[in-house]
Design a protein around this ligand. Structure first.
Ligand code: NDP
Length: 604
């Protein structure tokens, strides 16, 4: 059962006043050019921001090889695909990744304080199989990275992996029934199956701020934390910052986690806030030793399903997670339906519930931040789902320190100079700039996230084929790109789960199951039929509800295409309304696989 603790609390809600306040706050931020970013992939002036600070790059000879499978990406998705392909009996698997090791997001994001917001017992995959229980309710990044490393070791996914290697081009050959994968190290890999597990948060976003190249101090993105400069290591004090003034740009999930350790260590931290996040209670705690005794086989899948049921508004016997996601996010996502109420009444009740939850968040700031002026600036004024909600218990307290200054800059940083930043008309001299400015995410098409040309039948590239939006069967295969799998991802014709691991586990199980069946039936090449693909696209488009009406009232964010929700293509959405129908999708694909006739595929 989900509860909405905010119900019944004494708040007054005047819809018109609330609308006006939310729209005024939105308008302060809706400025031309707010989404402009540097092209980190191609602009050599910012190439240094991409460098791997964690693993030295070693030279090696180019490799020519013919593995069974090439997986692009060694993060959670790629590793799970590898695990399930191993279970399907595939022997030769080569993972290719830009990083110096496995882990994907958790390889790169090692900034101080990095932690996963999804309960660790659900987020860390294959816990039962590896007989592992995370040490805390919400795991720090390093524990997640080490767990992913254990999975890679257990399923022998590292010895053949090519790290610090980027795929530059992949080409399908009808004559051999194989893909040729070329890399930036001159490798040439010929494979039967090609799996794209390129990540969702793999492209760092660096805002285009005038003058930034002239900055003479140190500057890096949170996804490339420079411990050589700051001192310390993940989870340890930053020993070299005692005489340094640091600018932290960005107050999303990453920035707010990085602030408390930065504040502990630096002489001074200026926090540049464009939009405040809604930050709920975290409630982290060590794993109770008795927890393991309560678990029975199949517990992890059941726990994930319990969480996802709540997120989709399905009835459950008990809320096993019981955190801000299930209490607030799920409640707003699935507002209570009142029998006999008109649509207008329903919308008003939903808005009132949202307002109460946001008021709780705002009240928490008053409780935790001693300076009322600072507290006022930290308060988020928009509907709860306009931005990705955050959770933290130490962030607000950092603003009570004398060495932390909050800079309110709703229009962003105006300029960067040789020695500092100009924002809200004032100059701030700093030694170091930490860009916690996020990633190209939800609306970034697969072909851009993949970062290489993918050439299918008749020389058609994926970028050409998907120019007007995704085109797939199940969000995982695309006609004209035989024997290619794409791990499911948001806005890519599958579904979205807050716990991404749950979708990755299912996607990997599906790919493994399908490959096992193809091998069993002696099928060497599959492609999607034109009719099946057209039908899947139609299902996506038919259930798409244009979010413009609700989302255009939102503060600009990644979730509404930076204030242009109409710019999202219907095809680049999910199966089922909104974030999609996870359980319906899973049933459909499981039944399709169980039928074993590959309905909708052309096979040879
Ligand atoms: P976000 O995109 O959430 O935040 C980026 C921040 O940078 C925002 O505060 C943004 O302001 C600010 N910003 C961008 N450009 C400028 C500019 N020109 N001037 C000033 N400020 C600017 O990135 P995060 O890395 O924090 O999070 C990305 C995603 O990563 C999350 O949504 C989540 O999915 C995942 N994540 C999950 C974590 C977890 O589980 N704990 C931890 C970290 C990340 P504005 O809000 O106005 O756009």
């Amino acid at each position: 059962m989900t509860t909405t603790p905010s119900e019944g609390s004494a708040v007054t809600f005047d819809p018109e006043e609330v609308h006006a306040k939310y729209l005024a706050e939105r308008d302060r931020r809706l400025i031309p050019g707010r989404a402009e970013i540097r092209d980190l992939a191609h602009d050599e002036r910012v190439a240094g921001y991409r460098a791997d600070p964690f693993t030295p790059r070693t030279e090696r000879d180019a490799i020519t090889d013919d593995p069974d499978v090439v997986i692009v990406g060694g993060g959670i998705a790629g590793l799970l695909a590898g695990v399930h392909l191993r279970k399907a009996g595939i022997e030769r698997i080569r993972i290719v990744d830009h990083a110096g090791g496995v882990g994907g997001t958790w390889y790169w994001n090692r900034y101080p304080g990095v932690m996963c917001d999804v309960e660790s017992y659900q987020y860390l995959p294959l816990l039962e199989e590896l007989d592992y229980l995370p040490s805390r309710r919400y795991a720090f990044g390093e524990e997640i990275r080490l767990h992913l490393q254990s999975i890679a070791d257990r399923f022998d996914l590292v010895s053949d992996a090519l790290f610090h290697t980027g795929v530059s081009r992949s080409v399908w050959h009808d004559d051999t029934g194989r893909w040729t994968v070329h890399t930036d190290r001159g490798d040439e890999l010929s494979c039967r199956y090609y799996v794209l597990a390129v990540g969702i948060l793999n492209l760092m976003k660096l805002p285009a701020i005038p003058g930034m190249d002239a900055f003479a101090g140190k500057a890096f993105h949170t996804a490339r934390w420079d411990y050589e400069y700051t001192g310390g290591a993940t989870g340890e004090p930053l020993t070299e910052l005692g005489d340094k003034t640091v600018a932290l740009i960005g107050t999303g999930a990453s920035g707010l986690q990085a602030l408390p350790p930065l504040a502990e260590a630096a002489q001074h931290v200026y926090v540049f806030q464009r939009t405040p996040s809604a930050i709920g209670v975290r409630g982290n705690r060590p794993t109770d030793p008795s927890f393991a005794e309560t678990l029975t086989p199949g517990w992890q899948k059941a726990r994930m399903d319990n969480f996802q049921s709540i997120m989709l508004g399905r009835p459950v016997e008990a809320d096993l997670t019981d955190d801000g996601w299930t209490r607030h996010y799920a409640a707003v996502q699935n507002p209570p339906r009142i029998k006999g109420a008109s649509l207008r009444e329903f919308m008003l009740r939903a808005e009132e519930l949202d307002y109460r939850i946001m008021e709780e968040h705002r009240a928490r700031i008053d409780e935790l931040v001693t300076d009322p002026g600072v507290a006022a600036i930290l308060k988020p004024y928009y509907r709860y789902l306009c931005k990705r909600p955050c959770f933290h218990d130490e962030y607000y307290d950092a603003f009570n320190r004398a060495n932390v200054t909050l800079v309110d800059c709703p229009t962003g940083i105006e300029k960067i100079t040789e020695h500092g930043l100009i924002a809200a008309g004032r100059q701030y001299e700093v030694d170091c700039i930490v860009y916690s400015t996020g990633f190209e995410a939800e609306v970034t098409p697969l072909q851009r996230r993949a970062g290489h040309e993918i050439v299918g039948r008749d020389g058609l590239t994926l970028a050409q084929k998907w120019a007007d939006g995704a085109a797939s069967l199940f969000g995982m295969m695309s006609r004209g790109f035989p024997n290619m799998f794409v791990m499911p991802a948001p806005g890519q014709q599958s579904v979205v789960t807050v716990n991404y691991t749950q979708l990755a586990v299912f996607g990997a199980e599906f790919i493994g199951g399908m490959v096992a069946l193809l091998e069993k039936q002696g099928i060497t090449v599959f492609d999607v039929s034109a009719a099946a693909e057209a039908d899947w696209i139609q299902q996506i488009v038919d259930t798409y509800v244009d979010p413009s009406a609700v989302m255009s009232a939102c503060t600009p964010s990644r979730l509404n295409n930076e204030g242009d929700p109409g710019g999202i293509k219907a095809r680049d959405t999910n199966w089922g309304r909104g974030f999609g129908d996870f359980f319906g999708y899973r049933d459909l694909l499981e039944n399709w696989l169980a039928a074993g006739d590959f309905d909708g595929l052309e096979t040879a």
